[in-house]
Design a protein around this ligand. Structure first.
Ligand code: ADP
Length: 219
């Protein structure tokens, strides 16, 4: 099967990190930046890297981006350039266009012009780090929707040896432990008699409030 092809437009800190990671994951990546030095720095790491202005319609057409599976607009603080590049990519018919927004308003504009996924790296990372600092045992989480979350909670020493029946998160908080990640392997859909040990990771699903109450118990 042919590997997926990604185009990353703007090879600043965010774009170059994203592009390198996509290469490590085994994908073909074309990096585009109008700045020659940024392109030179990345040319060894990426499948292709070209100097081009992503707001120039002729140039963008000539790059054949239409055939890519996904294009990510990672242009930093030039909001006008980010919006123009995103419009051109949508017009070209790129299957999936992702764009980084600097502000809520920038994000709204990107959504209005049909960008498939708008990301707010700084805002989201700030929220994530704050949550992790507030609850050191909260290792990671995914917001399934506005109301529901899946979280990874590390088991503290205090609770080591407890069964899920002892912890009883469903009756006490309303959330469920859907997996326990142990050194020796993962228990999927654990039962009431399964035990957690210090440093095991519980994967918990529930509403934000339910998961948060269980998180307090675990911390
Ligand atoms: P970061 O915060 O991710 O480091 P930067 O603003 O430093 O973001 O980087 C954005 C990159 O986008 C820069 O390397 C810049 O040259 C590039 N860029 C800006 N405008 C365009 C454009 N019109 N076409 C291509 N690349 C662009």
């Amino acid at each position: 099967m042919k590997g997926k092809q990604y185009a990353v437009i703007g090879l600043g800190r965010f774009g170059s990190s994203l592009a390198s990671e996509l290469v490590s994951l085994g994908f073909e990546v074309l990096g585009i930046d109008k700045d020659e030095e940024s392109v030179d720095q990345m040319s060894e790491k990426l499948t292709h890297a070209v100097v081009a202005d992503a707001t120039d319609e002729e140039v963008v057409r000539s790059l054949g981006l239409r055939n890519f599976d996904c294009a990510i607009v990672a242009i930093g603080d030039d909001i006008q350039a980010s919006i123009l590049a995103a419009i051109l990519l949508k017009e070209l018919g790129v299957k999936m266009v992702v764009a980084k927004a600097l502000s809520e308003l920038h994000g709204k504009v990107l959504e209005k012009i049909g960008v498939d996924r708008v990301i707010f790296p700084e805002r989201d990372m700030g929220v994530r780090v704050a949550n992790q600092l507030a609850s050191p045992n909260l290792l990671d989480y995914i917001e399934l929707s506005h109301d529901y979350t899946i979280a990874e909670l590390a088991v503290p020493k205090r609770l080591s040896g407890s069964t899920l029946e002892d912890l009883n998160p469903r009756a006490r908080f309303g959330c469920s432990v859907v997996a326990i990640n142990k050194k020796g392997g993962v228990i999927i859909a654990p039962t009431a008699s399964d035990r957690v040990e210090e440093r095991d990771i519980m994967v918990v699903i529930g509403t934000n409030e339910q998961v948060e109450s269980f998180e307090h118990e675990v911390n």
